[in-house]
Design a protein around this ligand. Structure first.
Ligand SMILES: NC(=O)c1ccc[n+]([C@@H]2O[C@H](COP(=O)([O-])OP(=O)(O)OC[C@H]3O[C@@H](n4cnc5c(N)ncnc54)[C@H](O)[C@@H]3O)[C@@H](O)[C@H]2O)c1
Length: 326
């Protein structure tokens, strides 16, 4: 059985889709809440699926993690707090979830003799590119508390490989987008403001450059990597290698939507200047030595799919804003 943590979230729920589509037995961890809400798994197709067992709990609890990992062969660990703006004002919760939570899951996995463990990291650990594209040897720069906790979480996970020979691999995703992504992220921010009754589109820095990857491609690559042997103790970047500025991204979305609104520069959406990560483009050479021709659909194609998903009333209705939606 495969355990996916963060299965109620954006990437985790798409990974669950891929695994159950392939008729693999999955235990999905959703974050406990008093509403008994399963996030993106809150749907009949998941609640009544024979391949899926949904468990609600919290990775900050070691005892809970010990029980969660019993009978598991493979783990994809995605559960994390990920919003950078929120990490400035609620840092301890990031430390508890991202660092301590990762330690708890690794520890539990080792006790349960799990055979393969994939820890999901982020390109944010690299900070603004010192050279580009960014390979796995690029130095870490903790430009936000989020980044600092993910750097620590990656190190904690890898320490289980070095200390106990536990079979851990770090998969480092570059920016991921698609249906179900939080309104906080740049593509949903633009699309939802375009579709809702706002006068303009409120944005922070539009000069930054990112490597945007469609979520289904990222999940397929993560799964394909998990079927390979001998990747233990390694870190692998996952990204297309194509960099696009927010300005270019905006124009692409205007074209696809056939709508245009003025841009409102919002101070609340700007990161403190030294915290702003200016450019993240993936050097995926290592990935390509492991997987022949990994699929990365074009940004235009992915944006089209994403826009069409958000356009459906039921989906856009779920999105609301606060000042940290940057
Ligand atoms: N979205 C991106 O562009 C991106 C890029 C690189 C890496 N990542 C990484 O991918 C992973 C998933 O990110 P996402 O975009 O799907 O974010 P997300 O916020 O949609 O998903 C994270 C999930 O973790 C769960 N979670 C948080 N705290 C928890 C706790 N204490 N116990 C149990 N569950 C808890 C949340 O309920 C949430 O559903 C993260 O580890 C993130 O760092 C994301």
């Amino acid at each position: 059985m495969i355990l996916v943590t963060g299965a109620d979230g954006f990437i985790g729920s798409h990974l669950v889709d891929l695994l159950i589509r392939n008729k693999l037995k999955v235990r999905a961890l959703v974050n406990y809440n008093s509403f008994n809400n399963y996030g993106w798994l809150e749907d009949k197709k998941y609640l009544k699926n024979n391949f899926l067992e949904i468990i609600s709990g919290d990775i900050r609890d070691q005892n809970f993690c010990n029980n969660l990992t019993k009978g598991i062969n493979k783990i994809f660990h995605l559960a994390a707090l990920i919003a950078i703006p929120h990490s400035y004002i609620s840092t301890e919760s990031y430390i508890d979830t991202n660092i301590k939570g990762t330690y708890n899951i690794c520890n539990a996995a080792m006790l349960s003799k799990v055979k393969k463990f994939y820890h999901i990291s982020t390109s944010e650990v690299y900070g603004s590119a010192q050279y580009t594209p960014i390979d796995e040897s690029h130095p870490f720069q903790p430009q936000s508390p989020y980044s600092a906790t993910k750097i620590s979480a990656d190190a904690m996970a890898l320490s289980f490989y070095y200390s106990y020979n536990f079979p851990i691999t770090v998969l480092r995703l570059f920016n991921t987008y698609g249906p179900r992504q939080s309104a906080r992220a740049i593509i949903p921010t633009i699309i939802t403001q375009l579709l809702k009754n706002s006068k303009g589109i409120s944005l922070g820095n539009t000069k930054t450059i990112r490597d945007f990857n469609y979520v289904n491609d990222q999940c397929k690559i993560m799964y394909d990597l998990s079927c390979k042997r001998d990747l233990y103790g390694q870190t692998i970047n996952i990204g297309s290698g194509v960099g696009v500025s927010i300005e270019v991204l905006l124009n692409k979305i205007f074209e696809i939507s056939k709508k245009k609104k003025k841009i409102i520069k919002s101070k609340e959406r700007l990161r403190p200047s030294k915290s702003e990560v200016t450019e993240l483009i993936c050097d995926n050479s290592k990935l390509k030595t492991i997987i022949n021709n990994p699929r990365f659909i074009s940004l235009d194609k992915g944006l089209n799919k994403t826009f069409n998903w958000f356009k459906q009333y039921e989906n856009i209705r779920k999105y609301k804003y606060n000042k940290y939606n940057t």
